[in-house]
Design a protein around this ligand. Sequence first.
Ligand code: MRU
Length: 330
Amino acid sequence: MERTLPYRWDAETNTLWLIDQRALPQKEEWIPVRSAREAARAIKEMVVRGAPAIGVTAAYGMVLAHLAGEDLDEAEKLLAASRPTAVNLFYALEKMRPHKGDLEASLKQAREIWREVEETELAISKNGARVLKGQVLTHCNTGPIATGGYGTAIGAIVEAYRQGRISHVWVDETRPYLQGARLTAWELQKAGVPATLITDNMAAHFMKLGEVDQVIVGVDRMAMNGDFANKIGTYGLAVLAHYHGVSFYPALPLSSVDLSLESGQDIPIEERSAEEVTSIKGVPIAPAGFPARHPAFDVTPHHLITGIVTEKGVFYPPFDEALRNALAQN
Ligand code: MRU
């Protein structure tokens, strides 16, 4: 599959180059990042986004903190405060913590986190492909640009198409940030997978017509009972899928499971600027000053999930038992 990754590490100049995802798909612009402060800003401002990609960027952010001579504890705090919902950010910072003060070890660990993303996503793609057939619907963006690997839900979709299991993908636009329209459509086009863009409010219509066989989405943080946070609109899709008897699968690496949470009720939900709702790419679409809200994620309860796709296989209820067993082997 032709894939564009969200970053590259230039070892000669000690620079992390990030593709500016805010400008895609119209422009491919690369931004140099040379300190943890710049890495945190890039995450916060969505230059780089997607749970696994945020984690890898934070890991390299810690490498850059060593190189730039920043205070390492401050650097970690800055990176941890950049976005609250995706647990991968905290997973990566935890993996980096024992290597504070040792540049070589910290670079090695950052590379290892990136390598783990690639390896787990190959397995997720293969496992996910097995549960897909016919026409699939997906939400937000979960491809290589969101992960640095092969993608989670999109990895499974591309693999299922390659195996001739699916014929077509419905791509939710994903208001308000348009990750589906801008990024998923772009990635599926490059991968040569037949796909059609719809606005989020069209999903029910196509489910009712019998034109959606499964929904597969990514995950920003999953609790031990299977409840999970993902891009705003995922919960609504799960309710629609349940009503129409459509199978619903989250796909994730086990590193996106938060062992400290029994249920999804304590997952922190990022609240972003209301301007992202009242305007599109800087063009106002609502009366000036009109109040708006922008929770960037929602939580889908586990009872709406058919199966959980991971690198260790597809898990069916009871999810808490399956997740506990899989994590115990990790
Ligand atoms: O706000 P974003 O664009 O970072 O949100 C991304 C998502 O919600 C993805 O579905 C999730 O991170 C999984 S990426 C494999």
